[in-house]
Design a protein around this ligand. Structure first.
Ligand code: IMP
Length: 189
């Protein structure tokens, strides 16, 4: 199976997670490709479109992921536009937008989609938390400004093992993995 994404960090985290779920982990390889991101108000629709595009390119079973950071006091912005917002105003821009806001509550969501040309399935996971007051060193993407609930540090300050314990990605991947094993999709290949 191929994990199709231009993001090496996601693949690294997913590989590690799969090795923790089972002693015989799925064989997952990384196809580093940039997929079409359709404009939609739903992460699930974006993930499904990515899965279709990935399958068209690879013609093999594929796994893709679409994420979003939803900030409560900004009416859930940037949400599905997270990637664009990260590339434009970045973490500093987000901290600026939150300067005079009372609430810093935010939720990170992951949508993982699997497609083998017949079954198109999506799996979601989310982690509630807060946007930090300052940017922390390390990590990638929004890691420097996202603190999971009940934690004393941002994703950026965690090693891979700890981040994987709390991440939105872990929950979505776990759902996918359980479905995949339960339905013996692996054996039918
Ligand atoms: P994408 O569209 O799925 O690539 O993700 C939307 C944005 O969220 C991108 O800017 C990613 O860098 C960022 N992102 C996704 N997952 C994470 C994460 O686990 N940590 C930090 N940033 C993330």
């Amino acid at each position: 199976m191929y994990f199709v994404s231009s993001n090496e960090h996601k693949f690294k985290e997913i590989k590690k997670l799969l090795s923790e779920f089972s002693s015989t982990p799925l064989r997952l390889e990384h196809k580093k490709l940039k997929l079409l991101e359709i404009q939609s108000s739903s992460l699930s629709e974006v993930a499904k479109a990515k899965a279709n595009h990935a399958f068209d390119l690879i013609r093999n079973e594929v796994l893709v992921e679409d994420d979003g950071l939803f900030i409560e006091s900004l009416n859930n912005f940037p949400g599905v536009y997270s990637s664009y917002v990260y590339d434009t105003i970045g973490n500093i821009g987000i901290l600026d937008l939150l300067k005079n806001k009372k609430s810093r509550k935010a939720t990170f969501k992951s949508l993982i989609a699997y497609y083998d040309g017949k079954n198109l399935k999506t799996f979601d996971g989310q982690v509630d938390g807060f946007i930090s007051e300052q940017m922390f060193e390390g990590g990638w993407g929004f890691d420097p400004i996202f603190i999971p609930e009940d934690m004393d540090r941002a994703f950026a300050q965690m090693d891979l093992k700890l981040k994987n314990k709390y991440s939105h990605r872990k929950l979505a991947l776990k759902e996918f993995y359980s479905w995949y094993i339960k339905n013996n999709v692996a054996e039918r290949k």
